[in-house]
Design a protein around this ligand. Structure first.
Ligand SMILES: Nc1nc2c(ncn2[C@@H]2O[C@H](COP(=O)(O)OP(=O)(O)OP(=O)(O)O)[C@@H](O)[C@H]2O)c(=O)[nH]1
Ligand SMILES: [Mg+2]
Length: 403
């Protein structure tokens, strides 16, 4: 009895604890009890009954054969640049991840890498592709992409802008099922939209990714976006050619609501011109052509063309691409190509300034506090919105100048 009292000790919290032989001796000494002498019949030589085998040793919880996986060595700026210029897609992918990272250290490296890549860019055709959900963008990009890649010297990067999205990882990745052929093509690089954030932020990251891709030798860039909201403007401001994918019979062609988007388009293509949809697609094309006549000639002096095709059945793909080739010849000849790119550079400089100004202002904790206060006052009619706004701005300017 005394033995069991010691070997199985109950502590206050009701936990049962077990002690080693030495510990038991130690405890026994402490409690003034004799060292337990475990006297079991099994230990007697005469004993012939059942024996309890020694238990097996507890397996270690860590696999002793496990090899420590080497951590990927951190790349330096020149490692990144060198890898990208060699066209190493793993390094390119890692660099894009840096561009997308919110970590300021990553951002700093990313900016340096971009800066060093800039001299190696500008040689590509940048094509924006938009269309309402279900218009067939992914299906079409797959076939357009393969068409472009028939040229052995061609490399294609497919990027996306989808600021709305929790689909961030879905947008293109999920779509890889719809881009089956392209996603396994050795000369294609597919990257989903940077994860949700402000449109300006997402668009800037995509634009920086274009720089990296071009430095890596991708001479064709597709930027996909969903045909709803403001993202078209962002895409339009980073591509040379803007392709609008439309469907027949959705009523869009009559509503003219997409006027802004139609004005941006350098080419309108009516998808799903197959089966019994061919006639309707032709009709829609005619309506679009009529509508386009109402717009003045754009600064490119290029009249947007309207073409029907079928992405799924791969009909009319060459015609679509011939149109795009014609556009590039046209704008290269009349100098619009370079002019537009310069304008875009300027646009993005101002966009970045706007974005930075706003985010610094709104992320300042003191401004945030004052804003909350002023908001209350405005809601309670104690101050006009104009005076409240001026007060907050003055406070911020003072704070900046006193720094
Ligand atoms: N009949 C026909 N169906 C097509 C064609 N192109 C695409 N589809 C079908 O239309 C549906 C939508 O195509 P997607 O390529 O996923 O369209 P999407 O524009 O990428 O759609 P979101 O990613 O949701 O914006 C799919 O079921 C396609 O199979 C086509 O040329 N003809
Ligand atoms: Mg899609």
């Amino acid at each position: 009895m005394a033995n069991s009292k010691i070997t199985q000790h109950t502590v206050n919290d009701g936990d049962k604890r077990f002690f080693s032989q030495e510990e038991q001796e130690e405890i026994a000494k402490h409690h003034n009890v004799e060292t337990p002498n475990i006297d079991h019949p099994e230990n007697n030589e005469q004993y012939t009954g059942l024996q309890v085998n020694a238990g097996i040793e507890q397996m270690p919880i860590v696999n002793p054969y496990m090899k420590h996986r080497k951590r990927r060595p951190k790349l330096t700026v020149s490692d990144y640049v060198e890898g990208i210029l060699k066209g190493n897609t793993t390094v390119l992918g890692q660099a894009v991840t840096l561009v997308e990272s919110l970590n300021p250290d990553h951002q700093a490296i990313a900016q340096e890498v971009i800066e060093k890549c800039l001299p190696h860019t500008g040689q590509s055709r940048r094509i924006g592709i938009t269309g309402v959900p279900g218009a067939g963008k992914s299906t079409s990009i797959d076939v357009f992409g393969l068409h472009v890649l028939k040229d052995e010297k061609a490399k294609l990067a497919v990027l996306a802008i989808d600021p709305s999205s929790e689909r961030s990882n879905g947008s293109i990745l999920g779509d890889k099922t719809r881009m089956e052929k392209l996603s396994v093509h050795p000369r294609a690089f597919i990257r989903p939209s940077p994860s949700a954030g402000s449109l300006g932020g997402v668009a800037r990251k995509t634009r920086e990714t274009i720089v990296l891709c071009e430095a890596a030798g991708y001479n064709n860039i597709f930027v996909e976006t969903v045909g709803v909201g403001q993202s078209e403007t962002a895409v339009h401001s980073m591509v040379d050619f803007f392709l609008l994918i439309q469907l027949a019979g959705t009523g869009d062609e009559l509503q003219g609501i997409k006027r802004g988007i139609m004005e941006m388009a350098d080419g309108i293509v009516i998808n799903k011109a197959d089966g019994d949809n061919i006639e309707r697609a032709r009709l829609a094309a005619a309506q679009f052509r009529n509508a386009l006549h109402l717009f003045p000639l754009p600064p490119s002096k290029w009249t947007p063309e309207v073409i029907t095709y079928s992405g799924y059945y791969e009909l009319g793909i060459t015609e679509v691409w011939d149109m795009i080739d014609r556009y590039f010849n046209h704008v290269r000849k009349n100098g619009y190509f370079n002019r537009k790119r310069s304008q875009q550079e300027k646009y993005w400089m101002y966009e970045t300034i706007n974005e930075q100004l706003k985010s610094r202002f709104y992320n300042d904790p003191e401004v945030e506090r004052l804003l909350n206060l002023k908001q209350e006052m405005v809601l309670a009619n104690q101050q006009s919105s104009f005076v409240a706004a001026t007060d907050v701005l003055d406070f911020y300017y003072d704070k900046l100048t006193n720094k």
